[in-house]
Write a protein that binds this ligand. Structure first.
Ligand code: BG6
Length: 488
């Protein structure tokens, strides 16, 4: 694989949780796999008063924690840490960016690097507008060398509504070009999600069936067993719809429903996802009761930093229709919840039943055919179909044909951040959502949020931790016996 061009990676918010839990361990994995650029350095920038040595010591500990249980190449770890630097500064003061720029310049000179810089905003969201603004004021948004480049990665949450997402997009686009802005959605970095495109478009056998003539419904879910843990402050202001559905699950729906792009190129793929989002039927106050449902796990209001009378949903399910030729009338169920029975993210394609039922009791009266794409854990794909149980008569049983990623390699699957970081370094934005899809997704979700806000406590169903959300979750399914949110 070709290595990315020489570059300096500047991480804002470097003393935070994301940097230590995800970014630095992922960069170390890339280093071990020999995928980092030849000339490369990481400059962490944040308010804490670390020296380079202290920052490296802290990152050494975090890498060990992140990779615990795996064999560690100690000398590789030390060589990697020698690429890591730290600059203490207060990102809210524009004048301090001059010193940061001097430090960047000095590092580039020391390493003999071209004028190529990737910025990563791993800060609280309130800095997503300010830092780019200060970069602009200090002429750090553009390279001094015309052959150089600047790129910027922005973490989620990308806005909290259509208006705020649009404002952030407009602001960023006034400072950087669209192809320099990388809005991260870590779900798109998951191996199984990328493989969805390969499954669909590298095989001739699925695509002819991948439409309303053969598919009854699609379920896209991300269930989590954990609660909000220490993130009550953020989560209580966000909720399940904003936290998971507006971004991760909508993007998965885009990949599941899109047409085959003319070429495997970032913009072509994004345009297809955008077309899907443009065809989604808006939610209206009239159909909302049959298309959305929300819940809150018991005990949520006692979690740290959560309001004692919080109306934030920790479970959300929405029924989406994509009104185009391929998908008209096929419901897409998107759902997510915290404190569910198990952690599991999957895409389920439910095929229609056969037009004639030849065998009594065939697959308990339902379609025998279902394709499950296990995003995590136990990454893989299972195709279900009906077969005869050996012996007398014709008793049909639904059986699954399984593929598991672990059968392909002994190596654990790369973390989503490894893939996404590498792509941003290489300037490949295929797996990064474009501004229009993000805004379209917010436009769809805003009315749901407004409806829930207006409902208040009404329609916010409690559910016991460790189960599959509120019993009322099935209200959006016309046939409760086939409620898609039941555990399989
Ligand atoms: C994050 C959400 O984007 O995704 C978290 O903010 C959630 O609330 C997490 O727990 C889930 O990611 P994964 O990769 O563990 O499914």
């Amino acid at each position: 694989m070709k290595k990315a061009e020489d570059q300096l990676l500047v991480i804002f918010g470097a003393s935070g949780d994301l940097t230590s839990r995800k970014l630095i361990p992922s960069l170390f994995e890339l280093y071990v796999a020999d995928l980092l650029p030849e000339r490369f350095a990481i400059l962490g920038a944040a308010r804490s008063a670390f020296t380079d040595v202290q920052f490296r010591d802290a990152q050494r500990k975090h890498i060990r924690e992140a990779l615990s249980g795996r064999q560690m190449d100690e000398s590789a770890l030390e060589r990697f840490l020698s690429l890591v630097y730290y600059h203490a500064f207060d990102s809210v003061h524009s004048v301090q960016y001059r010193e940061l720029d001097d430090r960047m310049e000095a590092l580039r000179k020391e390493k003999g690097m071209a004028d190529q810089v990737l910025y990563y905003l791993a800060t609280p969201p309130l800095m997503y507008e300010k830092i780019p603004q200060f970069l602009l004021e200090n002429h750090m948004n553009e390279p001094a060398d015309p052959d150089g480049w600047r790129r910027i990665v922005v973490e989620k949450p990308f806005g909290t509504s259509f208006a705020s997402a649009k404002q952030l997009n407009d602001h960023l686009k006034h400072i950087f070009k669209e192809n320099e802005i990388y809005r991260i959605d870590h779900y798109l970095g998951k191996e199984t999600v990328q493989n969805l495109l390969v499954l669909r478009f590298a095989n001739g056998i699925f695509e002819p069936l991948w439409n309303r003539n053969y598919i009854h419904s699609v379920e896209i879910s991300a269930a989590e067993s954990l609660g909000v843990e220490e993130r009550g402050k953020y989560y209580d202001g966000a909720g399940a719809l904003r936290d998971m559905i507006q971004n991760h699950l909508m993007e998965l729906m885009g990949f599941t429903a899109m047409e085959c792009p003319a070429a495997f190129e970032a913009d072509q793929i994004k345009s297809e996802v955008s077309k899907v989002f443009r065809s989604v039927r808006p939610f209206t106050p009239v159909d909302m009761p049959e298309r959305v449902v929300r819940g809150q796990y018991e005990g949520y209001r006692e979690e740290p930093d959560v309001a004692p009378d919080s109306l934030t949903e920790t479970f959300a399910a929405v029924k989406i229709f994509i009104d185009n030729w391929r998908w008209s009338d096929v419901p897409f169920y998107l759902y997510t919840g915290k404190k569910m029975a198990a952690k599991r993210s999957e895409i389920v394609i439910n095929f229609k039943a056969t037009p004639q039922v030849l065998f009594a009791g065939q697959c308990s009266g339902e379609s025998c055919n279902r394709l499950i794409i296990n995003i995590q854990p136990d990454e893989g794909i299972t195709l279900y179909f009906g077969l005869k149980i050996p012996g007398v008569g014709y008793q049909v049983k639904q059986v699954g044909m399984d593929f598991r990623y672990k059968s392909l390699s002994d190596q654990p699957l790369p973390d989503a951040y490894e893939r996404l970081l590498l792509d941003a370094m290489e300037g490949d934005s295929t797996l990064y959502p474009r501004s229009d899809t993000l805004e379209l997704s917010w436009q769809l979700m805003d009315p749901v949020l407004a409806y829930w806000n207006q409902q208040g406590q009404e329609g916010l169903y409690n559910y016991p931790p460790g189960q599959n959300g509120p019993a009322e979750r099935c209200v959006i399914e016309p046939e409760p016996q086939s409620c898609p949110f039941l555990p399989r």
